[in-house]
Design a binder for this molecule. Structure first.
Ligand code: SF4
Ligand code: SF4
Length: 73
């Protein structure tokens, strides 16, 4: 079954101030981006997972997220 990692952006509204998922993922699969990569509005930034196929489903990102914003399916 293909892995999906879903980030709830209603909960994760300032990923650059947190970065916990990015720091803990053993495959460094999380990326952080904004529409123009230069936005000063923190709410325009998003974390998402690149290369989902490399996810080992270790669940570390789910466990570390202080806002419960990450779901793995
Ligand atoms: S489950 Fe593990 S490998 Fe997959 S994105 Fe989360 S921290 Fe990374
Ligand atoms: S750990 Fe959770 S709140 Fe922090 S950047 Fe990742 S998804 Fe957002």
């Amino acid at each position: 079954m293909k892995t999906s990692i879903i980030v709830d952006y209603e909960k994760c509204t300032d990923p650059r101030s947190c970065k916990k998922c990015m720091q803990i993922c053993p495959g460094a699969l999380f990326i952080c981006y904004s529409p123009d990569y230069e936005s000063n509005d923190p709410t325009e930034w998003r974390v998402d997972v690149a290369f989902t196929d490399l996810c080992t489903r270790c669940n570390d990102c789910v466990d570390v997220c202080p806002l419960g914003a990450i779901t793995i399916k």
